[in-house]
Design a protein around this ligand. Sequence first.
Ligand code: ADP
Ligand code: ZN
Length: 212
Amino acid sequence: MNLILMGAPGAGKGTQSAKISEKYKIPAIATGDILRGAIKAGTELGKSAKSYIDAGKLVPDDVVIGIIKEYLSTDACKNGFILDGFPRSIPQAQALDNLGVKIDVVLSIEVPDDKIIERMSGRRVCSCGASYHVEYNPPKTENICDKCGNELYIRDDDSRETVANRLKTYHEQTEPLKEFYEAKGLLVTVIGQEKVEDTTALVFKALDGIKA
Ligand code: ADP
Ligand code: ZN
């Protein structure tokens, strides 16, 4: 199954993508994680991406398109994949079309803005990719990752001001993709629930009906 996962920042894409990846045995490609990895490693890519990310803006299309092209050409993706955080603009979606990549379904997780803001303020993440919320999805031991035992931290771009900018960017540049994929008959929406497992149940229900 070739899947695109959409949703506002903090809608729970990363969390659900891990569940889907496990169930359907397909890798998840998260452009945000790849960019943060590049920043941490201090590469040229990371250096050029950081200012955009910290401002809550999109990293230029050609940069992320280059990343996606590279990942999709690997063997790991030949039985399917999850795109988490790509495409995020109409030009990115067109680039995906131009690469000849066939998409089976576009799943959008819907969460209202006020909920998003509440969630982001409690978000804690781990360098292994795991993500938690102090209230809604706490780790077993405070501030320690269940999966790898590393200490959790707050993402630089989860500050209040950047979150507001990310939401604005989402509504202006990413949300039009819903119409784009709706027109292709690919869009499926799921309402994000309070509990992670309730959203996962809805996601699985939506995906089980997809022929891929
Ligand atoms: P979230 O969806 O929670 O905002 P991500 O980890 O997916 O977080 O992305 C973090 C940041 O990385 C974005 O705000 C943006 O600056 C950059 N980014 C990630 N994916 C893309 C993309 N496809 N195009 C442009 N910028 C991107
Ligand atoms: Zn971890």
